[in-house]
Each structure stands twice: as C-alpha cells, then as structure tokens.
Design a binder for this molecule. Sequence first.
Ligand code: ADP
Ligand code: MG
Length: 510
Amino acid sequence: MGKLVLKGIAVGCAVMSCVIAGVMVGRRVRSRRRWWNVVTTVEEFEETAETTVERLRQVVDAMVVEMHAGLASEGGSKLKMLLTFVEKLPDGSENGIYYALHVGGTNFRILRIQLGGQRSILAHDVERKPIPQILMSSTSEEFFDFIALSLKEFIERKGDNMQLSQDRGKDLGFTFSFPVKQTSVSSGTLIKWTKGFAIEDMVEKDIVECLQKALSIRGLDMNVAALVNDSVGTLAVGHFLDNDTVAAVVIGTGTNACYIERADAVIKCQGLLTTSGGMVINMEWGNFWSSHLPRTSYDIDLDAESQNPNDQGFEKMISGMYLGDIVRRVIHRLSLESDVFGPLSSKLSTRFVLSTPLMAAIHEDDSSDLSQVAKILEETLDIRDVPLKVRKIMVKVCDVVTRRAARLVAAGIVGILKKISRDGTGGISSGRIKGYKSGKMRRTVVAVEGGLYTSYTIFREYLNEAVAEILGEEIAPYVILKTMEDGSGIGAAMLAAANSARSVDTVQVL
Ligand code: ADP
Ligand code: MG
C-alpha cells in the first residue's frame, strides 16, 4: 500500500513536470511566434517601402512628366508649377542694407542684412517671434498691423548698430510661405491658408497691398520689392553665393522646390516675355503624386486621417511633419500583433505623439544599450522595460521611414535636373557645356534648406548618397547640394536688393 502510494506520487510528479515543461515550451513557442510576427511585419513594411535605384529612376521620370504637364496647362498636373515672376536673381554684386519678413515658418522672422558686393554679407540680424494664436484667425488689418509694428520695433532696437544711410535700407523682401497666385515679383493674391491660419478676409486679396498699407499706417516708408515663398528665397541666397545654383529644395516641417526654367518652356503662359529668357518656377512639389511612389498601408491610413486627404501626397511621405507619425503607426501595429512592446499603450493611438526630432534621436542613438531609445519609449510612448532586441526594432523602423523619405527627395531633385537637362542623360546638350570640348559637364548646384536636412544627419547622408547613386559616378561629382541655413529669409532680402527700383544692373538668371 505504502509502496503503491509512493509510486503514485512519483508518477504524479513526473506528469506535473511534463505538464510544466509543456506549458513552458508552449509559452516559448508562442513567444517565438509573436517575435516572428513582429519580424515579419517589419520585413513586409521594409519591402513595400523599398526604394531600389530602378524604382527611384521611375520616380525621376514621373517627376519630369508631371513637370511638363504642370507647365503645359493650368491644372494639368498635381504639380502646380506656379510662375513666380522672379527673373532677376541676386548674383553677389548687391550692396546696401535690406530687410525681410518671413511668415509661414515655425516662427515669424524679421531680418536685416548688409551686403557689400563680391558675394559678401557684412552683417546679418535676425529676430524670431511667435505669432499670437488669436491673430492667426483675426482680420487682415490686425494681422498686418502686428507685422508692421514688429518690424518698426525691430528697426528702432537695431537701428543704431548699422550705418543706415538715407536712400538705402528701405527695400523689403517678404517671404510668405502659403499658396499664392503671383501677379508680379512684388504682388500676388492668397489662394488659401494652410498651417493653421484662417484669416478669411485675406483670401484672394493682394498680400503686398495689405502689408504696404499697414507699413504706411505705422509710418514706415518701405518698399516691398519682392514677394516670394521659402523655396524661392533659398534659391536666391544659393544664387547669391554661387551662380551655378539652378534649383532649391526646402525640407522642414513641409517641403517644396523651385528651379530656373526657360520662359519658352512655360507653355501655359504663351508669349511669356522675360528680359533674361528665364523664370523661377515654384513647383509646390509637396503635392506631387505617382503610382511609382512606394506607398504602404501606413501612408494610406495617415492620409485618410489627415486634414487634407488626397492632398500633398509626396509631402506626407517625406517631410518632418509626418515621418515620426509613420513610425508611430508601424509601432502601433506591432503592439497590436504582439506583446513584445508590453501592454498596449494608449499613447500609440495618439496622432503626432512621436515627433520627427524624437524619431531622429531614436535613430541616431549610438549607445550600446540604446538607452536613449528606452528613455523616449518610456517618456513619450509609455512603453517600459523592453529588451534590447525590441529597441533595435524601433531603430530599424525609423531607418526604413527615413531612408525612403531621403531617397524620394533625391529622386525629386534628379527629376528637376533631368527636366532642365542637367542630369547628364541627354548627351551633349544635357548639362554638358555647349561648344566646350565634348564630354565636359557643367557644374550644377542645388540649394537645400530646412530642419530635416540640416539637423537630421542620417537623413542628409541618405539623401546625398541617393542623388549620387541615381546620377551615377560619372555625373555625380558635378552636382553639388549646398546647405543654406536660414536661407529663405536672407534670400528674400537679397531678392529685394536684386529687384529694388534702385538697382541698376540687370542680373540674368540663365
Ligand atoms: P519650418 O519648416 O517650420 O520652416 P525648419 O526648417 O526649421 O522650420 O524645420 C523644422 C522641422 O524640421 C521640424 O518640424 C522637424 O520636423 C524637423 N526637424 C527639426 N530638427 C530636427 C532634428 N533634429 N531631427 C529631425 N528632424 C528635425
Ligand atoms: Mg522654413
């Protein structure tokens, strides 16, 4: 009896251990399966977002086709290809003191520069201030009075520091980064507000007239000599510093590009007469779209939930406003599919909770235990104590999103170069100097501005690398991307100089 009981207990124990072992193996298998789900989802994402050089070349060609269509007729393409009436770009010979105002970036900016000829900037003063929320949906009078008063105070504060002579320093460039129907280099009407502004009585009004009126009410005798958007400002400063600059790209919160086009290529404006034969075209390229863009389910969801569905498709894949949110969407999906990120955090359902600078900090964490990643996961997303392999997944997702964005911008840039025959693919006429001994390429500079490019090192490196990859090693050395810190504001002041009523020289853009 006693023996039997002992035997029974032994058998019982053996069965229990088998059960426990079985449960543990089962858990391990399940956990492995969950891990496998995560790996598979990330791999699928990477595959759909892939930007092989072949695919990038398709995007280049699509960009060229859309540029042609946008130049052929109004509404001919998602690319608006707006005329800027800028046909005189600064060339470095400008002299004197000029002012600029910049509305439409993160902050309102007021600038003053002193130019000394020979491409020199003798002095550069800038002041940033936020626009009070209430003014963003007030009346045009109130809004422009705030701008005029801010400028007046700036001049009063800084006025003593520079030798402000009687007849100089009264020209003003205005960078206004909203969609504008330009009617001359110094006039244009607002098409619509974006970025949270809603001053209804401004729509379809002439922006320069409103500013000019506000300035004179405040007793400022200044002449608004140029109305531009930020990409045109960037092109201007690029051209001031280097005459080989033919295009400019802005990649900050949003994105845009402009370039110098031949006047006769602007079919939609037949008989467009310019003294130089060329004009800067504002592409509004954030709205570019092509079926060749590697779009994922996360992009589709982001677009559907955005304030402007079916709009700004390119921008939603490449600009600082959105990159962090694409990453957030992928992590949300991974958290729904598995518990490797711990219990599902409600933060993951909050749009824009992961900003692009935080995403960059995750991506650029070079500590061996990815401690920065752990900190951001905890502080921003309420995700705690995840193992190293999960932190590595975070970094991987950021890498896929940023690499795709940077490479698509590169394709866009090469698209512009191809449109103006500076990409080396069209033989002798394609960027090669006419009449020069065959085979000699022309140097081509593209000015680049914006926080994503200037502050996110890996993004910048991917972009530069992809431009070289698409162009090929023979052509790539002739194409130079130049960073323009704060270019858009300074550029507007320089355009005011080049287009000032007092400027005697005409500067050819081509
Ligand atoms: P804006 O676009 O408002 O004119 P910026 O050109 O300075 O201003 O760009 C700001 C944008 O750049 C931010 O919204 C952000 O998306 C991005 N950005 C700024 N700093 C970083 C950074 N360190 N890493 C990644 N992105 C950044
Ligand atoms: Mg900006």
